[in-house]
Design a protein around this ligand. Structure first.
Ligand code: SF4
Ligand code: SF4
Ligand code: FES
Length: 239
């Protein structure tokens, strides 16, 4: 089938402003949109810029806005679209060139939640052990590939007045450590997360959950963090 891709273009070094360019690609219905973008770059315009690496939903680098919904180009089949597809960079982030955005702020927020184990006890001779049911508590959150689709889709992050909000991707990682039985930093984590720019910035609008390519129940996990904070505060009050 013949597919038209209407693509956002902007090279700040030579363009006055952004514009859209339409390319036509002969594609198999089972091709992915990423295949079409690669073909455009190889056969029609080598200056078209976008990120990609694995091609299989693992690296998280080809997040973009496809017909106004954020997702991975390597996971979208041509057969799901009719004749023309609109392809734009992820919103929220500054455009570096075409579909490539500056993710520095995304990773700064990610690192702000302390995405690593906090331990206080002396490590055992072998590994820190846990039961399978303890692992299951946060198993879904481990699937996150940091594609930024959730944060780019979150209306709170999109709002200029609340853009300081740490965003759903960082909170998924915070959940991953807060609910891991081997982590010993609950007190510090709760103090860090109990802020308007952290977990209380979430307005439970579910947009993040709708777009996550790894089907992580993001909004539910944010809700579980809120509940953990509430329970811990109540516990502290009664002791
Ligand atoms: S549920 Fe929270 S984090 Fe997710 S999109 Fe809505 S406001 Fe943003
Ligand atoms: S939670 Fe989902 S949408 Fe958000 S960064 Fe991780 S994989 Fe991407
Ligand atoms: S190219 Fe790696 S996730 Fe799509």
């Amino acid at each position: 089938m013949l597919l038209r891709l209407k693509i956002f273009r902007f090279d700040p070094e030579k363009d006055q402003g952004p514009y859209y360019q339409t390319f036509e690609v002969e594609a198999d219905p089972m091709d992915r949109l990423l295949d079409c973008l690669n073909r455009i770059r190889w056969e029609q315009d080598p200056t078209l810029s976008f990120r990609m690496s694995c091609g299989h939903g693992v690296c998280g680098s080809d997040g973009m806005r496809i017909n106004s919904i954020c997702g991975l180009a390597c996971q979208k089949l041509v057969r799901s679209y009719k004749e023309e597809v609109l392809i734009e960079p992820l919103p929220v982030f500054r455009v570096i060139k075409d579909l490539v955005v500056d993710l520095d702020s995304f990773f700064e927020k990610y690192f702000s939640i302390r995405p690593y184990f906090i331990t206080k006890t002396i490590p055992p001779d072998t590994e820190r052990k846990q039961f399978p049911e303890q692992h299951q508590q946060f198993e879904e959150a481990i699937r996150c590939i940091l594609c930024a689709c959730c944060t780019a889709s979150c209306p709170v992050n999109q709002n200029k007045n609340t853009e300081d909000y740490v965003g759903p991707a960082a909170l998924v990682r915070a959940f991953r450590y807060l609910f891991d039985s081997r982590d010993e930093g609950e007190e510090e984590r709760i103090k860090l997360l109990d802020e308007k720019a952290m977990v209380w910035g979430c307005q439970t609008l579910w947009k993040c959950t709708e777009v996550c390519p790894k089907e992580i129940p993001i909004t539910r996990q944010i809700g579980q963090i809120k509940r953990r904070i509430y329970e811990r505060k109540n516990r502290d009050k009664t002791t």
